[in-house]
Design a protein around this ligand. Structure first.
Ligand code: MEV
Length: 426
């Protein structure tokens, strides 16, 4: 294929309207009319709002929202919206929740709503003295932080930590501002505080400040979930022991732990996305937390209770909010929060951790028994049927044929589709 002479230097692109930008992109990429028409449909997100949320907007990317049923969290029945493109993720949570519902569901708690902002001070001649000088200024630091965001004042600044860090560039003095951001995720609030404090730190220590930014390792905002699955509800001792062994594998091996934790984040990120929160912040925090002991390991723990049942526990940082950013602006996020019925960021964090634990349960159970592919196969087969061009009732018919043949491939789907249409005389 010969491509037209193209330049990515689209002057004034940023100032154009979404349709004009789309036209420019279509010309650049040689998009056909059907593709342009598809991108021009913003679905249920107002193009003006989309254009305010991010830059250079040309369209939207719709992801399905499914509802996790059967969840009882802290004694309350909840329906949890999950936004994900991955099949089986929502079904897995429903199944796990059903199997512990009668035993009381999932119990959650939270360490607190504290975020950390970091200020990096370099070129300090006497870093240990500088550290203590900053600690001496606690009341001034608190006043400056609380002046940044009057709404937060009664909650605001909570604590000050200062470390001398040995780095490739010599000693650095790293200050942590620890702030109660309550129902906000808090990035804006703590970043403003760090920026405001920076000149003071320079004046007090004679050093130079470079970075002033939150830490996504939100280890003072840890959500916890625990549940017990009765051994008879999960299919007996052998299933239980296989699941424990799967956990022990993840605990010992970072290669397995990465996949184990990815499964947990399938659930967590889907709730975080559905509620308009920052999936990358929560992902970064989770994986850093999983390595906090110096070795990357499982975020969850699984053990046998005195009664022989299966107990699971999950702990991970959960920096999510109900105010600010897309959470308040995106109509789908607002609708998802209404379905969830949570009144505080803490409640949202706790339900999200519960979903992560349920997700992990189902993955371990599938892996320790039939394997993951069997459950995936039916939905995957439907996707393959769609890819082969099946429409309407053809999708199920082709998918069934693929599963029956045990070969879920696009070429086989095309063959089955041809046969089906042939039988119908098309
Ligand atoms: C797939 O998205 C997630 C799993 O790989 C998780 C796991 O292996 O524990 C099934």
């Amino acid at each position: 294929m010969t491509l037209p002479n193209r330049s990515s230097r689209l002057s004034g692109f940023h100032h154009q309207s979404p349709p004009d930008r789309l036209a420019a992109v279509a010309a650049f990429a040689g998009l056909d009319a059907a593709t342009v028409g598809h991108l021009a449909d913003f679905g249920n997100l107002d193009p003006h709002l989309a254009d305010r949320l991010i830059e250079n907007v040309i369209g939207t990317m719709n992801v399905p929202v499914g509802i996790a049923t059967n969840l009882k969290v802290d004694g309350r029945d909840v329906l949890v919206p999950m936004a994900t493109e991955e099949s089986s993720v929502v079904a897995a949570v429903c199944n796990a929740a059903r199997q512990c519902y009668d035993a009381g569901g999932i119990v959650t708690s939270m360490s607190g709503p504290l975020m950390i902002a970091q200020v990096q001070l370099v070129q300090v001649r006497d870093p240990h003295s500088a550290r203590v000088k900053i600690l001496e200024k606690r009341e001034e630091v608190k006043a400056a932080c609380d002046a940044c965001d009057p709404v937060l004042v009664s909650l605001g600044f909570r604590d000050l930590e200062v470390r001398v860090l040995d780095t490739l560039g010599g000693s650095m003095v790293i200050t942590h501002l620890i702030v109660d951001t309550r129902d906000a995720m808090g990035a804006n609030a703590v970043n403003s505080m760090a920026e405001r404090l920076a000149p003071h730190f320079e004046a007090w220590t004679g050093g130079k400040v470079y970075l002033r930014i939150l830490s996504n390792l939100a280890d003072r905002r840890v959500a916890r979930a625990r549940a017990v699955w009765p051994v008879e509800a999960i299919g007996g001792q052998e299933v239980r022991d296989g699941m424990i062994s799967a956990y022990q594998f993840a605990e010992a091996d970072p290669y397995r732990a990465a996949t184990h934790n990815k499964g947990i984040m399938n659930g967590v990120s889907a709730v975080v996305l559905a509620t308009g929160n920052d999936t990358r912040a929560v992902e970064a925090g989770a994986h850093a937390y999983a390595a906090r002991g110096g070795r990357y390991t499982s975020l969850s723990r699984w053990e046998v209770t005195a009664d022989g049942d299966l107990a699971g526990v999950l702990e991970l940082p959960m920096a999510v909010g109900l105010i600010g950013g897309a959470t308040k602006l995106h109509p789908t996020a607002r609708a998802c929060l209404a379905i969830l019925g949570v009144g505080t960021a803490e409640e949202l964090a706790r339900v999200t951790a519960a979903v992560g634990l349920a997700q992990n349960f189902s993955a371990l159970k599938a892996l320790a028994t039939t394997g993951i592919q069997k459950g995936h196969m039916a939905l995957h087969a439907q996707n393959i049927a769609l890819m082969a061009g099946a429409v309407g009732e053809e999708v199920d018919a082709v998918a069934r044929a693929l599963v029956a043949r045990g070969e879920v491939r696009v070429d086989i789907a095309a063959e089955e589709l041809g046969r089906l249409r042939g039988r119908r005389g098309e």
